[in-house]
Design a protein around this ligand. Structure first.
Ligand SMILES: NC(=O)c1ccc[n+]([C@@H]2O[C@H](COP(=O)([O-])OP(=O)(O)OC[C@H]3O[C@@H](n4cnc5c(N)ncnc54)[C@H](OP(=O)(O)O)[C@@H]3O)[C@@H](O)[C@H]2O)c1
Length: 277
């Protein structure tokens, strides 16, 4: 069985560098697929209220614990959705997520989008600080925050986010944001690390993959790992789930990292954070 190395977040909590993301995993399939991922060696799962599958994630986590995996070895992330911004609404959203998950505590809770037009991400984050202070969540952070949102947050709040989960892949390399994360001690987590599968036909990546005897997905995930990103690929078959975790037993050369660095084209496969509200 393969496993991911762990990274230390800015509050000392350990998190797997590579976890399983479940956006667009249908609710009825989610428990089975998360169990498949746990059997393959994954220990970290990324869900959200939006995904409609927290029940399945929770069921698989509880089943793993019931058969001997210590809860503290597992890591569950969820997120507050855009329609629950504001202090009280976010506390309610957390309770609702925990009810659906059926867990006593959460490992990481994120603000899913900053929703700048609502203008509520600061009270939303203050609710996360309350939950963190009460020990109901082991780490808190944000997602899709641009530099100006992070700066506003840090001016008004006490706990530096442990993570900013952003769209990040070879076609969208987010250099300014990653540099700010490094300066502030925020871990960069890549969503749509494979550009939703869009870059899997790229001929340059295919060439590197052939040299290593690996798949293009493995090359891209390895690029993320060597770049210091946390990463949460989604896949729907046992074979792909397992393949995506097998990226810790080979390394890309400096020249191959340079080739991928040159692929940035500012291409988003998802929404622009300044336009989501
Ligand atoms: N915070 C946010 O706003 C946000 C937004 C989007 C996503 N996310 C998180 O990030 C996770 C990953 O992002 P994503 O699901 O959008 O995209 P992704 O992981 O970049 O790509 C998933 C796509 O790639 C395919 N794929 C995966 N592994 C493969 C492999 N080894 N070979 C060939 N194809 C492969 C999958 O196909 P199959 O499913 O058919 O196997 C699926 O179509 C999500 O599940 C979610 O947890 C967060």
């Amino acid at each position: 069985m393969h496993s991911s190395p762990k990274v230390t977040l800015n509050n000392g909590v350990l998190m797997d560098a590579l976890g399983y993301g479940v956006y667009k995993v249908p609710a009825q399939d989610c428990a089975d697929l998360v169990s498949t991922a746990l059997d393959a060696g994954y220990r970290s799962v990324d869900t959200a209220a939006l995904y409609g599958n927290e029940e399945g994630v929770g069921a698989a986590i509880r089943a793993a614990v019931a058969t001997g995996t210590p809860r503290e070895d597992l890591f569950v992330t969820s997120k507050v959705w855009n329609d629950h911004h504001g202090y009280d609404a976010t506390l309610r959203a957390f309770d609702e997520s925990m009810e659906r998950l059926g867990l006593d505590s959460l490992d990481l809770f994120l603000i899913h989008w900053p929703c700048p037009e609502q203008g509520l991400f600061i009270p939303t984050y203050k609710a996360l600080e309350t939950l963190y202070g009460e020990g109901r969540v082991r780490a808190i952070g944000v997602s899709n925050f641009e530099p100006e949102h992070l700066r506003q947050l840090l001016d008004a709040c006490d706990v530096v986010p442990a993570v900013n989960q952003i769209e990040l892949h070879p076609w969208l390399q987010q250099r300014e944001l990653r540099a700010l994360h490094a300066e502030l001690g925020i871990a960069t987590q890549a969503w749509s690390p494979l550009a939703r599968g869009g870059l899997l036909d790229d001929p340059d990546l295919a060439g590197i993959a052939a040299l290593h005897g690996r798949s293009v997905a493995q090359i891209v995930l390895r690029w993320h790992i060597q770049s210091g990103h946390l990463v949460i690929p989604k896949a729907s078959s046992a074979q792909r789930i397992s393949e995506n975790l097998r990226v810790f037993d080979f390394a890309l050369s400096a020249a191959q990292m340079d080739t991928i660095a040159a692929m940035d084209r500012g291409h988003r496969s998802g929404s622009n954070p300044t336009q989501v509200n």
